[in-house]
Design a protein around this ligand. Structure first.
Ligand SMILES: O=C(O)CCC(=O)C(=O)O
Ligand SMILES: [Fe+2]
Length: 298
């Protein structure tokens, strides 16, 4: 590891990967990877969201396309793409060294840039960031891969404020049944709907598996559940300017209350490179369903 994370969360003596996989946030008061500096930083702060269709400004490292920003001239658009491409390259380079076991089988997902003030946003209920949830991407099914996200607060003077709550394992135990556990025995969830009629019409699109459908349902369920939102355990995080943090956001329940100007990079990590595959959401879900099935049969 190039630089040890500064202790945060429950047990900092555990390896970095285990802490992340169990749902902790790993926090760095000073970002260990570069973020845009000087004129590039000023340029980034000038970018505006092309709302309300887009929730954030986005960039896909696979295609080099940026979206969701108010377009000025073509030089500016190219400069923004270059800036995102560089952020993707340097963040991935750092992460490869910091978490070598994941690098063996991960896919780079998207970058987002969040220029809006979170405290005053008006979003659809299921899109709201101020309600606690675990992540599932409606348009980008993970098919059992884990969602690892790296954030950097690029605000020059204000912190970004998060709240985190119980990890996925505890939430599944408490609310899984009520949210609607998937049917079947689990072994076929990850690929079941990859084939079939839809695939013929949209051959390039990754299909949603039964696992993805459950994770989306659970995401929405948690945002609607007043008991969890109001009475669940809470930890407040204040991420100052220049800091960075990482989390498996499919496990670490989280919400953002305040702050603007954050950069974020998502990665999909394959189950077989995890340090604790038996504690991953697909494994926990498989066991939860088996238990429910045997209880019903008894
Ligand atoms: O913008 C943030 O700090 C986190 C928002 C969030 O929960 C998400 O993008 O899934
Ligand atoms: Fe989220």
């Amino acid at each position: 590891m190039s630089e040890m994370p500064v202790a945060s969360g429950a047990d900092s003596s555990l390896p970095f990967e285990e802490r992340l996989e169990r749902g902790e946030v790993v926090y760095f008061p000073k970002s260990p990877f570069p973020t845009p500096a000087d004129a590039d930083h000023t340029f980034l702060l000038q970018q505006q969201l092309n709302g309300p269709i887009h929730k954030n400004i986005g960039y896909d490292p696979a295609t080099g396309k940026a979206s969701g920003f108010v377009r000025g001239n073509s030089d500016d658009a190219e400069r923004l793409r270059d800036l995102f491409a560089e952020f993707s390259r340097t963040t991935t380079e750092w992460l490869t060294k910091a978490l070598p076991r994941y690098h063996a089988d991960w896919q780079l997902d998207r970058i987002s840039y969040r220029p809006e003030e979170e405290a005053t946003r008006r979003l659809r209920h299921t899109s709201r960031n101020d309600l606690l949830h675990v992540d599932a991407f409606p348009g980008r099914p993970s098919q059992g891969r884990r969602i690892l996200r790296v954030f950097a607060n690029v605000n020059p003077s204000e912190p970004r404020i998060w709240v985190t709550s119980s990890p996925f394992a505890a939430l599944l135990e408490k609310y899984g049944e009520a949210a609607g556990l998937p049917r079947g025995n689990g072994a076929d969830w990850l690929g079941r709907v990859r084939e079939g009629v839809v695939r013929l019409f949209r051959p390039s699109k990754v299909q949603r598996s039964a696992y993805d459908s459950f994770m989306l349902r659970f995401h929405d369920y948690l945002k609607r559940n007043e008991d969890f939102q109001e009475r669940g355990p809470k930890r407040l995080w204040t991420f100052p300017p220049g800091s960075a943090w990482l989390a498996f956001t499919d496990t670490c329940s989280h919400s953002v209350l305040r702050g603007r100007y954050a950069l974020e990079h998502s990665y999909f990590v394959s189950p077989h490179v995890l340090a604790l595959p038996d504690e991953s959401p697909p494994a926990l879900l498989t066991r939860a369903c088996a238990k429910t099935k045997s209880l019903r049969a008894a």
